[in-house]
Design a protein around this ligand. Structure first.
Ligand SMILES: [Zn+2]
Length: 418
């Protein structure tokens, strides 16, 4: 819509049109010459991974995915203390605000301070002003059942508060670090709280091999046996799913998330994104802790499919659709309020990009501008739940300078404990 206007009342969009009358005393944001978009949604993030930036694990470089987990991530998350949990979250939220992302579905792990860690992260979301769907990564890798209690407690707490800003899923690492007993306890907790699970599936071939060797079953069938599939559950990656598993994900209405940059970084293979979409699976996009930049995730998703399939015709529209529509549909299952479109009644989550198009920007030409122009553009203003979080690229809700100074200290201390 050229020359569009949006009226925000409270946390919601009240009206959208070319000729709105501003009510008296309305605060006016002049977005002339800018692109106004719905706030972006990240369907899978690990805020705690912020302190991996610039860090190199000592010793031989990991040669495969299991070694990456053992030599980097399972040591780094063990080194997090409550202060590191807080500041790694702050810096990722700052980056989200700067890139126009207003809703994050996060997957957290800090086994040295499991209990209460989700409260710390929830506090940072409230201060920043973003919406968050949180969970703790339950796993038997350090202590059997670590995370079961934290998830259950936090799910009950968010449900009791009836607060749409912070919601919860039941977090699980991946089937290869979860015993039958822990999955059974998870299934019971999910049944009691009516919650879905948020779990990595078949990220690497090693996860499928482990499942077949230990349980004589493929991953999705194992999770389905425990009742953990379904429309409320979010399955991440699924790179090595076979046909029967994809069909079971589709039949059960389970949601999935693609994280192309992370998959490339870990060299775990390419998700069959187009096949999953053709099967009718609700497939969204995430960053898996690599960055907080969602337009970049969509751009890489389409490039990766073209490179893998050696077909320059595919995946452009699909990647944009995943970012703009599928992620909004996933958010609608994880939060009470609708978001993701600039229409009356939806949450006033808005990103305003300072963007001077160098070719005509007209209806029908937007997606190319988004992936190849807005990708590099400065976000001028970010609004979430009707509140201005950032204006003229200055974050108003958090003290960016103080947080970054403290985050440097926390990151160094975390690296020393590694
Ligand atoms: Zn992940």
């Amino acid at each position: 819509m050229p020359n569009g206007q949006i009226l925000i009342e409270g946390q919601k969009i009240a009206a959208v049109g070319p000729t709105l009358q501003a009510p008296p005393n309305a605060q006016i944001i002049d977005a002339a010459g800018m692109v106004v978009m719905p706030g972006l949604i990240n369907a899978h993030h690990h805020l705690y991974s912020s302190f991996a930036r610039g860090f190199a694990a000592p010793g031989e470089p990991a040669r495969n995915f299991v070694q990456i987990l053992e030599r980097v991530w399972w040591k780094l998350d063990l080194a997090l203390d409550p202060e590191a949990v807080r500041y790694s979250s702050y810096v990722a939220l700052l980056e989200a605000i700067h890139t126009g992302c207003t809703t994050i579905i996060d997957h957290h792990a800090s086994p040295s301070c499991t209990d209460g860690s989700l409260d710390i992260i929830a506090e940072t979301f409230r201060e920043a002003g973003l919406s968050g769907c949180l969970c703790y990564e339950t796993s038997d890798r350090n202590t059997p059942g670590d995370g079961l209690a934290e998830n259950t407690r936090f799910i009950r707490q968010t449900q009791a508060s009836r607060d749409g800003q912070i919601t919860a899923l039941f977090g699980l690492h991946a089937q290869m670090t979860l015993s039958d007993a822990t999955l059974e306890a998870t299934a019971q907790a999910c049944a009691e709280t009516n919650a879905g699970v948020h779990i990595h599936v078949a990220e690497d071939a090693a996860d499928e091999e482990d499942c077949l060797a230990k349980h004589g079953s493929r991953i999705i069938q194992r999770l389905h046996k425990f009742g953990l599939t379904g429309p409320k559950s979010l399955f991440i990656h699924g790179i090595h799913l076979d046909e029967s598993e994809m069909d079971l994900v589709a039949e059960t209405g389970t949601m999935m998330v693609h994280n192309p940059e992370s998959n490339m970084n870990n060299a775990v293979g390419t998700q069959k994104m187009l096949t999953l979409l053709k099967k009718g699976i609700l497939l969204g996009l995430g960053t898996d802790g690599m960055t907080s930049h969602m337009i970049s995730a969509a751009r890489v998703a389409h490039l990766l499919q073209r490179a893998t399939l050696a077909d320059p015709r595919v995946a452009f529209v699909e990647a944009c659709d995943m970012l703009l529509n599928k992620n909004a549909q996933i958010a609608a299952r994880c939060f009470p309020e609708k978001r993701g479109q600039l229409v009356p009644g939806q949450l006033a989550d808005i990103a305003i990009f300072d963007y001077v198009p160098t070719t005509p920007l007209e209806p029908g030409r937007f997606l190319g501008h988004m992936l190849y122009g807005l990708n590099y553009a400065r976000v001028h203003t970010t609004i979430a739940r009707g509140k201005i979080l950032m204006r003229d690229s200055k974050v108003l809700t958090l003290d960016e300078q103080a947080i970054c100074a403290k985050a440097h200290e926390c990151a160094r201390a975390t690296w020393q404990r590694f």
